[in-house]
Design a protein around this ligand. Structure first.
Ligand code: ADP
Ligand code: MG
Length: 354
């Protein structure tokens, strides 16, 4: 890249923003400030005009309580950008908010966005366009597992191989990285959300009780587990009895909930095993030393690391602050775009490089 004094000057004053455009949560990491936004990837829109009414935390608050003319959308739900215009509105809103937080007027920001690795070329292009439309001066994309690995502090540029499993809301991303490149990867559309659905189903089938998605998520976080707990727990859930139609509260146990989510947890484990099967022996031997790093909110499920370690016979450890790995990794890329250029998604050389 040739030296451009104007760019250099802009760089001194402009904002650098790393964004984790997650299926469940969007995080915005401003260089020099840290993570300034961490909100659910939810948008509520007017059904008729499709105009966004609320974005982020405010929108999630409305979920399950919206009147008929309002719909709540998670535009990235399954790791794909199913609702392009809504994704664009959301991205624009978050970039705008990060940008406005400065007191002096600034040039337009540079952004690095982490996107699910399963995204198609068209979807990647769409996110890039959305960022540019939202006011970015330059936009770069990075596949989430790479950003997660960087944010988790894995030695991604070394010859030694490392493995990261990022369990988010909509997708689980598995990647083995060596010398900056992805050696083996898997992207699975089973992650935290699926576990919530499993809990809704289980309670409906066993108790004829219909509970909301948000209640199910709370159950998962409080008493959900992937491995027997030292002391099993119980909690009370509230919903609507499907026979009487009336509100009802029942007590459920962590043992039941482990059973409820076991199939999905097993699917995640099988995907990791499947990826491991494909890893070349030299790197397998590295992994015996380095283990597997878990990132993403779904990885915080109680007993997940123990369960994986038990099944895979490898050391499995949770990254520090697992939900912010991608945002922190995107921030690291911004600090040295040249060094990490190989990490960025190549959009047919159509990306602006300033
Ligand atoms: P994404 O990257 O897809 O936006 P996140 O990494 O933000 O996803 O993780 C969101 C998922 O993590 C949700 O399914 C949420 O329920 C789950 N989660 C968050 N905290 C916990 C926890 N303590 N235990 C289990 N699951 C959790
Ligand atoms: Mg994520």
């Amino acid at each position: 890249m040739a030296f451009n004094p104007l760019n250099w000057l802009m760089g001194l004053f402009s904002l650098d923003i790393g964004i984790d455009l997650g299926t469940a949560n969007t995080l915005v990491n401003v260089r020099g400030k840290g993570i300034v936004i961490n909100e659910p990837s939810w948008v509520t829109i007017d059904k008729r005009t499709r105009r966004p009414l609320a974005i982020g935390a405010q929108a999630k608050e409305m979920v399950g309580r919206t009147p008929a003319n309002v719909i709540a959308i998670r535009p990235l739900r399954d790791g794909v950008i199913s609702e392009f215009d809504i994704t664009q509105a959301m991205l624009g809103y978050f970039i705008g908010r990060a940008h406005q937080q400065s007191i002096v007027p600034l040039p337009r920001p540079r952004v690095v966005i982490g996107i699910p690795s399963g995204a198609t070329q068209v979807e990647k292009r769409a996110v890039y366009d959305a960022a540019m439309a939202a006011g970015a001066r330059e936009a770069y994309l990075i596949e989430e597992p790479r950003a997660a690995a960087l944010g988790a502090g894995l030695p991604v540029s070394e010859i030694r191989g490392s493995m990261v499993v990022d369990i988010g809301g909509g997708t689980t991303e598995v990647a083995v990285i060596s010398m900056g490149g992805i050696v083996v990867s898997r992207s699975l559309r089973v992650a935290g959300d699926e576990l919530d659905q499993d809990i809704v189903q289980y309670i409906r089938n066993k108790y004829n009780l219909f509970i909301g998605e948000r209640m199910a998520e709370q159950v998962k976080v409080i008493i959900g587990s992937a491995f027997p707990m030292p002391t099993e727990k119980t909690m009370v859930v509230r919903g609507r009895n499907l026979v009487t139609g009336l509100p009802e509260a029942i007590e459920i146990s962590s043992v039941e909930m482990r059973d409820a989510i076991s199939t999905s947890v097993q699917v995640i484990i099988e995907t990791i095993k499947d990826a491991l099967d494909e890893v070349p022996p030299e790197i397998v031997s590295d992994l015996i030393d380095t283990g597997i790093c878990l990132a993403g909110g779904g990885a915080m499920l109680q007993g997940m690391a123990e369960r994986l370690s038990d099944e895979l016979k490898l050391r499995v450890w949770l990254a520090e602050d697992p939900m912010t790995c991608v945002a922190r990794g995107a921030g690291l890329v911004l600090e040295d775009l040249d060094r990490y250029s190989e990490f960025l998604v190549d959009l047919d050389r159509t990306q602006s490089r300033g």
